[in-house]
Design a protein around this ligand. Structure first.
Ligand code: 13P
Length: 226
């Protein structure tokens, strides 16, 4: 089945030449593969589907350092990650994430809403859903959930080499779909070429959000051919 696999390069690599080389190393896949390079390189990366890692909630004006969803649209960006735990850790609030989500929808860019920050309790299903609820309630208020992709990224699984179990990710994906009417839920957190297949074979996991291993061509190509 065709799934959605998103590469989040985060603040890597350091030069445009390396970024272009990395983009060129992405092989073909039966899945929909989206590459999210750092914003500085967005205009010069050639990939079939381009994504962004963040945006601002206003289109233009006196907002030094920000990136407008309208500018992303002009560059051909089709997906934009918002609410990543690494941004929430820098002070981004649920209200900011909600405003970004609306601004993206107005530009016709699909928001990839990350939830999971604050979840320190490993795989206790009840505690996890309680932690996710305020993030989802706030961002999805007055929104057509069918236009939003949600990525469940338990913070304890990000960059640790300790992924959630596929059963846990599947339970949370089902919760997000049934409670919020979301149609596409991705899993992210220590996905690699070996465990990707296990996540992708779950009924309610519609794809993956990949960090570290999207920077390693062999590993990423294994993931997208899973
Ligand atoms: P890792 O794949 O490095 O755990 O990162 C996941 C992530 O944060 C993707 O957005």
């Amino acid at each position: 089945m065709r799934k959605l696999i998103i590469a989040n390069w985060k603040l890597n690599p350091l030069t445009l030449a390396s970024a272009q080389q990395l983009a060129a190393s992405v092989g073909s896949s039966k899945h929909e593969v989206v590459i999210c390079p750092p914003s500085a390189f967005l205009a010069q990366i050639k990939v079939p589907i381009l994504g962004a890692q963040d945006c601002f909630w206003k289109l233009k004006g006196p907002f030094t350092g920000e990136t407008s969803p309208a500018q992303l649209k002009d560059l051909g960006v089709r997906y934009c990650i918002i609410g990543h735990s690494e941004r929430r850790a820098l002070g981004e609030t649920d209200d900011m994430v909600a405003a970004k989500l609306q601004a993206l929808l107005e530009q016709g860019i699909t928001p990839v809403l990350c939830v999971g920050f604050g979840t320190t309790v490993g795989e206790d299903k009840l505690d996890v859903t309680e932690a996710l609820r305020p993030q989802l309630d706030s961002a999805l208020r007055d929104t057509d959930p069918k236009k939003v992709v949600v990525a469940y990224e338990p913070v304890w699984a990000i960059g640790t080499g300790k992924p959630a179990t596929s059963e846990h990710a599947e339970q949370i994906a089902l919760f997000i779909k049934t409670k919020y009417g979301i149609e596409k839920v991705l899993y992210g957190g220590s996905v690699n070429g070996v465990n990707a297949q296990e996540f992708l074979s779950q009924n309610h996991i519609d794809g993956l959000l990949v960090g570290s291993n999207s920077l390693i061509p062999d590993e990423f190509n294994k993931i997208i051919t899973s």
